[in-house]
Design a protein around this ligand. Sequence first.
Ligand code: AMP
Length: 390
Amino acid sequence: MNVLVINAGSSSLKFQLLDVDTREVYAKGNCERIGIDGSFVGYESIAVEGKQKIEAPLPTHKDAMQYVIEIINATGKDFIGIGHRVVQGGWYFPESKVVTDETLGWVREVAPLAPLHNYAEADAIQVCRELFPDKGNVVVADTSFHYNIPEKAWRYALPRDVVDKLHIRKYGAHGTSHRYIWRAAKEFLGDDMHKLVSCHLGSGASLSAIQDGKDMDTTMGLTPLDGLIMGTRCGTIDPATVCYLVREGGYTIDEVDTMMNKQSGLLALSGISSDSRDIEDGAAKGDANCQMAFDMFYYRTSQLIMEMAQAMHGFDTMAFSAGIGENSDVMRLGVAKELEWMGVKIDEEANKVRSDEVRCISAPDSKIKVLVVPTNEEYMIALDVAELLG
Ligand code: AMP
């Protein structure tokens, strides 16, 4: 059963055509710099050999979708429906839902909570409805998996009338990835795993406490700014810092927003880059700021792993995933070392192995099993489409 998965950003549109039964990917790619000079479509497909690049003006997402259609048609594969990644589902998507006029309206209604993403995603859904009138569309929201965490975990200690009126609560993000990580880890460990701390560590990063498949807590909050230190996001800071920056620093609220989302995190700490590879190089050459960026990343991540463990009153497994979690043995070791006091022990040779497979990197006598799980959000989205439309 084939499914087309679309992941639209404000200036990009990623796509993947895959078979949910065999997991075979027939075509995948990214339309980049939509609405900006220098736009192009990069893709791979069973219809052509090697990586392809089409340089073409892409004024809108609709123009980008025309190229996606051509690429998909060239594979000769039909598909049952289209799954759309939506960053913020708000209070409307505790689970994935088929797109109707009403559900599409909900994606727009909650967009103020994620304006950079939801409007573009809603536009992409509308374009797909126009271009593929006979195909169903499904919204798969990043927030769904976290929606039913216990109230003591999602509620904010702010006045009730304010939080009720403005729908303020912990929504989290990366839910589709955390759901996949649980599933893949469970397939790998079976009955040995019940309480997992899932660590999605990419340029955006979050943790999730997952007990027997149910999410119990997560580190991102109302928005994806909360929690861990990320590539360019500061993660958790004293909320009064915002007021102080505005009152005493003279920054506008938009400037603070940009500062916290785009100019902070590993970028600000290292002073050179948001990419962990550059910081690793800097630290290896003795750059003290790069080393401090890593030390803080390890410390904060391990602290929040303990917070997730508390949500489950313990944990038996932790899984590293996403760009940093899957690729950086240095970062994995750094985080694990912080947790050595409570019995986490890494097999340093196993940690260095590079692979696309799920693997165990903890020592046999480690109290906690440590896995590396390559995430696959597209597959998870496709599974939801297959379930709802198949
Ligand atoms: P993601 O958002 O999941 O695509 O992750 C992107 C981040 O992963 C990059 O900014 C890098 O910091 C990190 N990353 C990707 N590849 C590697 C690698 N081979 N070694 C270390 N870090 C990596």
